[in-house]
Design a protein around this ligand. Sequence first.
Ligand SMILES: [Zn+2]
Length: 275
Amino acid sequence: MSDWKIGEVSVTKVLERQTELALDAILVDVPEGASARHPWLVPTHLVDDRTGRMAIQGFVVDTGKVRILVDTCIGEHQVPIPMGASAFLDRMAEAGYRPEDIDYVVCTHLHFDHVGWNTRLVEGRWMVTFPNARYLFGRVEWDHWSVETGPYLNVDETVRPVIEAGQADLVEVTHQVCEQVRFVPTPGHTPGHVSVVIESQGDRAVITGDMAHHPLQFAEPGVGSNADSDRAGATATRRTRLAEWAADGSLVIGTHFVAPTAGHLSAAGDGWRLD
Ligand SMILES: [Zn+2]
């Protein structure tokens, strides 16, 4: 039932929502003529030059011993872009994972669409959703966002209750979760943003988080996201990491990329393509 096998580790995508939207809603300085310049993006990721497709989803990384949920989508919270009810937990169950099966919850960063199902509303209070999990939050992320406010944040509903319940560990940007899974720093979109690397039996994959929101940012790494904390830093991160992941043959799994969601990078023009 898994979507990908990386050595002995399986990765299962759990889709929360998928949408067609104006690229301007997520990206800044959207270039003209992208669909002609990068036909590999059409029609999967680009409907036309101004309109793209995007998903909100999480991933269950299962090593056989340890089950890690990477990003918990929007959940039941009130958010800037209301998108209706979330069937995320039902879809996780269909894939064979109940909330009590999860050993670790990882949030690549603390924006609302990556922390939503950390908690659920029970009798008017936000309670932890995954009763047996340690929740791994980046120390840099928490230090930053625990004192900031902004349109992409709801940490008082999604992060603070987990810390107060004693289920959170504040970890570094190079944290090793288990033998096969570790973080790699991908700062820029947020100060403590991480991507998640999986290595097993010589195979390698990475779950991007929001170091790119849309594969157009692989093709043209200078295209920013309107939620970036540091746009130049995010571009520099893309150039460094995408070159690295192209060179080492990583399977790159895009956190907001619609199906097929993952592929391998190759250099193309001033950027990369994903196939
Ligand atoms: Zn996001």
